[in-house]
Design a protein around this ligand. Structure first.
Ligand SMILES: [Zn+2]
Ligand SMILES: [Zn+2]
Length: 132
């Protein structure tokens, strides 16, 4: 593996990690393209796939955009804003007990669950107030 490949992968990871909201592959590409015009979209897709398959990042289903990438590997919920379409983390609210309740109802073993809340985020609410 060349140094360039490693650096690009690290940089891709950093972009996912430092994003204010979870990004699609195209959004990650858009950010990197501004820093390095030589980077190709296929490189970004390939490295995101690599990072996901090696459990370095996670991916979640966005209602409109397909997959978005997430560097937060702990169990957590998401908030999807119907105005700006951003998908953000809700931390410290994961209900482990719910897994046990589902096990009791359905049998089997629950490893985790995912929940996406849909609504209007704080930023968009503030914007709406200002516009009125
Ligand atoms: Zn919003
Ligand atoms: Zn997340």
């Amino acid at each position: 593996m060349s140094i360039k490949t490693t650096n690009q992968r690290e940089r891709i990871y950093e972009v996912v990690r430092d994003a204010h909201a979870h990004l699609t592959a195209d959004q990650v590409y858009g950010i990197l393209k501004q820093e390095d015009h030589s980077i190709g979209v296929a490189t970004v897709y390939r490295n995101l796939k690599y990072l996901y398959e090696h459990k370095i990042i996670n991916r979640i289903q966005h209602p409109d955009y397909g997959y978005v990438y997430d560097a937060n590997l702990s169990y957590h919920y998401h908030f999807h804003c119907i105005e700006c379409n951003k998908m953000r983390d809700i931390v410290d609210l994961y209900d482990e007990q719910l897994n046990r309740e589902v096990e009791q109802k359905f049998g089997g073993k629950v490893m985790s669950h995912m929940t996406v809340f849909h609504g209007i985020c704080e930023d968009c609410l503030a914007k709406k107030k200002k516009d009125n």
